[in-house]
Design a protein around this ligand. Structure first.
Ligand code: G3I
Length: 366
């Protein structure tokens, strides 16, 4: 009941006649215990079969990149909402909540927000004014349509001994740029749920820094409702119990937890997560499809992880990062032009053994 009450905000989904428990689709298997979502791009909506699969299988969607700063506003400060509006229209037609991704991310942004044309940090007050105005413009446009935002993405450093990534926002404003972004977001839409999103924060090192960040926002009386653990995991790392410990530590701060970008990479890779700064060598062993033994291994891994995740009542959403294998960012990361197979549906939109494993694990929801 506790978990159900925490999802009151999503009660409208239940009201829309979704089956409560059991059933074959992912969202039927999850029922009203937690939301099952996926990342969707406007290009997905151009494919009627794919759009139908999204509407059938998932409760909610996250625009994969259409709401990223660099796609929302140009170098002259002109906003374009068309792509995001298309995703919203699709979601509204299917009564699906939309998770806004994201307001602040150093990797896909516009230089003028925090730097001058030479790359020098802007004065703090000017950078704060730009940040406030950007958040007001985007959240103002989507007020009432997007009711949960990933306010800041990937601010915590991967480096031992360094708390926050050295980003243009940090250099121009200082460490409180994160708190300011949350303050501006709450003022822009007081009804919106606000969360912090990052990769590998379920693992020692970044986990401690994440708890530190949550505590600092809480002590500054900044509204933060949840933490998004992205969940870009490998076929053999991190262990499921480590993921569980990380969820537990974040939940102990009072945060809801979401797995926001889940995929499991069956191809060989040196490190987990999505550190876009790193480039690695990368074999391409399965260009013509994942062999049966790897399908089985992938299914087992997905089943173990989701079984662990659903043990935690603080988890309110599991989102998969993409619709099918052909759409995954992992076809081009950490090296370009690999043929990857990290999701639950193959390139022909057929459910893989990993889909069955997740469906079974979801049905274990208490
Ligand atoms: O396909 C369009 C093309 O038609 C258009 O002309 C072009 C204009 O820029 O954009 C193309 O889309 C690109 C898209 O990938 C598909 O290839 C976008 O530019 C590009 O920004 C987008 O990259 C996204 C990436 O974040 C941004 O670096 C990926 O889709 C997305 O999966 C990836 O997701 C990130 C999360 O946001 C944060 N966590 C890590 C995760 C993986 O990097």
């Amino acid at each position: 009941m506790k978990r159900l009450s925490r999802l009151v905000f999503f009660a409208s989904l239940v009201a829309s006649g979704l089956p409560l428990l059991g059933g074959e689709t992912l969202r039927e298997a999850a029922g009203s215990h937690l939301l099952i979502g996926c990342a969707v791009a406007t290009r997905d909506l151009d494919d009627p079969k794919l759009a139908a699969l999204v509407a059938e299988q998932f409760h909610c969607i996250t625009p994969e990149y259409d709401l990223m700063p660099a796609h929302m506003v140009d170098d002259a400060g002109k906003f374009t909402f068309d792509a995001g509006d298309r995703v919203i229209a699709f979601a509204e037609a299917h009564h699906m909540p939309v998770f806004g991704h994201m307001l602040v991310w150093h990797f896909v942004t516009r230089q003028w927000l925090f730097e001058d044309k030479t790359g020098k940090p802007l004065p703090r007050e000017k950078a704060l004014a730009n940040l406030k105005s950007y958040i007001e413009s985007v959240m103002g446009h989507y007020k009432g349509k997007i009711t949960a935002w990933d306010v800041v993405n990937e601010a915590i450093s991967d480096k031992d001994g360094e708390y926050l990534k050295d980003t243009p926002a940090l250099r121009a404003i200082g460490a409180d740029y994160i708190a300011k972004a949350f303050e501006f977001a709450h003022a822009a839409d007081p009804k919106a749920e606000l969360y912090y999103n990052d990769y590998n924060i379920e693992q020692p090192g970044k986990l401690e820094k994440t708890v530190r960040l949550i505590r600092s926002l809480q002590s500054a009386s900044v509204r933060i409702d949840a933490v998004g653990i992205q969940g870009h995991w490998l076929i053999d790392w991190p262990p499921a119990d480590m993921i569980g410990k990380g969820i537990g530590a974040i939940a102990a701060t009072g945060m809801k937890v979401m797995i926001t970008e889940m995929d499991v990479d069956p191809l060989p890779r040196d490190s987990s997560g999505a550190n876009m700064a790193q480039a690695e060598k990368g074999a391409n062993p399965y260009p013509h499809g994942l062999p049966p033994e790897m399908q089985t291994k992938l299914a087992k891994r997905y089943g173990e992880i989701v079984t662990e995740i659903v043990r935690h009542p603080a988890v309110t959403m599991i989102g998969f990062w993409g619709t099918h294998d052909g759409r995954s960012w992992l076809n081009d990361y950490p090296v370009k032009n690999r043929t990857n197979h990290p999701l639950l549906f193959d390139r022909e939109l057929k459910p893989k053994p990993a889909y069955d494993a997740v469906n079974t694990a979801l049905k274990r929801l208490p």
